[in-house]
Design a protein around this ligand. Sequence first.
Ligand SMILES: [Zn+2]
Ligand SMILES: [Zn+2]
Length: 346
Amino acid sequence: MRAAFLDGAEEIAVREVPPSRVEGHLVEIDVIACGICGSDLHGWRHPDLMIGRGRASIPGIAGHEVVAWAPGADDGRGRRVVVEPNLAGNCGKCAACLDGKALFCSNRAPLRSWGFSERMSVNAWSLFDVPDGMADELASLTEPLACAVHAYRASHIFAAQDGTLAGRKIAVIGAGAIGLLATAAAARLGADALLCVARYPRQAAAAETLGAIDVLDPVVDDVVSGIRGFAPDVVVEAVGGGPETFDLAVRTVNPGGEVLVLGLFNDPTRLDTRRAAFRELRLFFSMTYGVIDGRHDFEVALEFLESDPDAFSGLVSHRFPLEETAEAFVAAADKSTGALRIVVTP
Ligand SMILES: [Zn+2]
Ligand SMILES: [Zn+2]
């Protein structure tokens, strides 16, 4: 089978690899589409930061926003599924797995391949059925939307309000795919008012379609006073990279509020702990998804996509064949092209 390998910084090549063995509780799935995530771009630019995490070691195959065909029931028809990556190779038996936090599985089996390839072997329990009629591109948003859903569902404010953001004001810094999906998730989890900071006109329009009531443009607006004036109970940092947006979130959230961090940073980042202490801030660094109150974040994400497909459908802007994975990464990295989400299709 063919698979795309990350050979070094910003270097991707597609090669033939032997098919992986399928045994035990693994099932082999045929990839239909795989989205390019901000974390994939991060690994592509800085492979040195990702080594040892299994996914993007060099050379390696990345891609975790997977829609695929899985073996179906006896009638021979396959199941169209999305893969919950934390469950794809977890043990299912350790304390973390039993607690719904497979991200922290202590006995994870490394996968032979990920989504930028023709086929994968994954745990049967990692598969979630895609509702009939849902477009493949839309289904590929399940994983990043589940990341956003998880950040809120795992937050203090959500638990303190018995599982809702009702009555709360949320500000989202960043309107790349994850910022837009964080905007969408907040609206659907009951937020009262929603502000999004978006750099490009296409992002601003998407933020409004997904539920933002106000949008700030960081080029023309004073974002510090703009966000402070909005008085958010929660500020979501959805940019990463350099430290500026983390600092902005901490400086602008209301006293007693909560900062949810979805971005990944290139370097250790300073925090003004004195300012944070005087304002009794809470910080939550959210990474992926799991099970909360007996429900997978993946299930919640699929439900949101299914109930309002039109709002989300414009988010996937480009498709590239597997052979052009390198070009797809270059396009995904260049936000000025208007690329929101890009999928690779074997
Ligand atoms: Zn992702
Ligand atoms: Zn485990």
